[in-house]
Design a protein around this ligand. Sequence first.
Ligand SMILES: Nc1ncnc2c1ncn2[C@@H]1O[C@H](COP(=O)(O)OP(=O)(O)OP(=O)(O)O)[C@@H](O)[C@H]1O
Ligand SMILES: [Mg+2]
Length: 263
Amino acid sequence: MDGSDALLVCDGVTKRFGSLAAVKDLSFTARRGEILGIGGPNGAGKTTLFDVLSGLNPATSGRVRLDGQEITRAAPEAICHAGLARTFQLNACFDSLTVRENVQVGALFGRAARGLPGLRPSPEAEEATEAALALVGLEGKAGLVAGALPVLDRKLLMLAGAMATRPKLLLMDEPVGGLTHAETDQMMAAVRRIKAQGVTIILIEHVMRFLVALSDRVMILHHGERIYEGPPAGLVADRTVVDVYLGEGASARLAALLRETAP
Ligand SMILES: Nc1ncnc2c1ncn2[C@@H]1O[C@H](COP(=O)(O)OP(=O)(O)OP(=O)(O)O)[C@@H](O)[C@H]1O
Ligand SMILES: [Mg+2]
């Protein structure tokens, strides 16, 4: 692939926990501006891959490059400053702070140049905060205490905090787990607005309706290895994917959905 087309390049990445290889010799690329969807059974290594990419738990071997910069062994904050932000499978926010204050944390610390500690946020950080709140649709709730928010708003808040760091690459770990159909649609709209801004997105999700609707390409992992990479429409025709992940029922429902939404 043309190097300039690739924003993230993962080259032979392995992550071991003792004798368990949670991610095994995995190589893939995320292209600029695309949404790459990741699926696979529980324990496949999806979140572990995000932990490797974001520096929370670095790779045992292999290389990761973001926009040409080696980030394999960089600290999480350095990786964030290099342009990678993520959300978490379990909701993480500061419950006692307001919605706006939560997003300000991302705007202040997600950028290397953050001014002097203890002083008011810079105009640039204030602007990033307001832009991120508007992007996820939380501007009307900015003064509420985060701990009182319902689950969708908490997920949107985590997303706003990540976007306030102004990333090139956004990693989202199961953004719609536990949401209703209507709430899932709201999250889908937020993801589409983020993509429209030119941000590259890697999305982990078990909710296939969401994954298939948003992803330009899909990669399915199983026991830390890739068993499928290609267009979402190809999932239901792939015997291994159906056998180890989707099952016959889900596969038939997904095939029907793909027929309904086909261009
Ligand atoms: N810190 C850790 N120490 C030891 N083993 C771990 C650790 N983190 C993950 N694992 C193991 O690595 C494997 C992959 O886990 P991971 O959380 O990446 O799966 P996943 O694909 O995200 O699953 P799910 O869909 O349930 O979120 C599992 O067997 C898990 O038990
Ligand atoms: Mg996970």
